[in-house]
Design a protein around this ligand. Structure first.
Ligand SMILES: [Zn+2]
Length: 247
């Protein structure tokens, strides 16, 4: 089976965590869902099969009852707010950003409030009051207002920083955005997971984007889930449970 050698450092680290009685907490965030699709079916089939709870960051402006009805069939799926329309309002030469100060603060906050309301009314108990900023970027002036809009948590990419609301970040991205724009090599993702396990306090988030996964990305996910699903050195947790731990 391909990938077995690359997985070895992960097994060694998870064995260590198992011996310590301190399993690595893992969680999965998948971004950009709007509607049912073949890749979404594939993701959910995979996560179901391996018992991996999944948080979908859904783009509110373009979603509706079709996705809601598709997800109603699922057990381990939660939904969070992925900005409003996933539109870039940054200037030329700047990094893409929807939630920046390029527009009046009131306009941005109004969109976020509408996004939260739309997804909460569609998803009710499946809804997690967490904001996932598009491109993982948000200005601090906006972060300060999120509590007033009913958000209880924020999720970006990289180490958690201190913030006026609970942070639950992702830390390991399976995609190679600058290079192949496909899945990264298994060994590189395993290396990141092992490094995070050694250095990071708290849950480690895996970031996926089902709509753009190539064969390498799907293979990698399958191998990672199979390696971790029943290992005593780690545990896949839902975002809601992890947020409850942090509260
Ligand atoms: Zn996105």
């Amino acid at each position: 089976m391909t990938g077995r050698t690359e997985l070895k450092p992960l097994f060694e680290e998870l064995d260590r965590r198992a011996d310590l009685g301190d399993p690595l907490q893992l969680w999965l965030r998948d971004d950009d869902a709007v509607a049912p699709s073949e890749p979404l079916d594939r993701l959910l089939q995979l996560t179901n099969h391996h018992g991996v709870p999944t948080l979908l960051a859904v783009i509110p402006a373009f979603t509706g009852t079709e996705l809601q009805q598709r997800l109603a069939l699922e057990k381990g799926v939660e939904v969070a707010v992925h900005g409003w329309a996933h539109l870039n309002h940054a200037g030329a030469g700047e990094k893409s950003r929807e939630l920046g100060m390029h527009r009046p603060l009131a306009t941005v906050l109004d969109e976020l409030a509408r996004g939260r309301e739309r997804l909460e009314s569609l998803y009710e108990t499946r809804f997690v009051p967490m904001l996932v900023p598009p491109w993982n970027r948000i200005d601090s002036d906006i972060i300060g207002e999120l509590g007033g809009l009913g958000f209880e948590a924020l999720s970006v990419y990289g180490p958690e920083r201190s913030a006026p609301l609970t942070m639950l970040n992702t830390h390991v991205d399976i995609m190679d955005w600058r290079g192949t724009r496909g899945g990264r090599p298994l060994g590189a993702v395993v290396g990141d997971l092992v490094a995070m396990s050694r250095t990071h306090k708290g849950p480690v988030g895996l970031l996926t984007h089902h709509l753009v996964h190539d064969a390498a990305a799907w293979d990698l996910l399958e191998l990672l889930f199979a390696a971790t699903e029943k290992h005593a050195g780690c545990r896949w947790r839902s975002a809601r449970d992890l947020l409850a731990d942090k509260a």
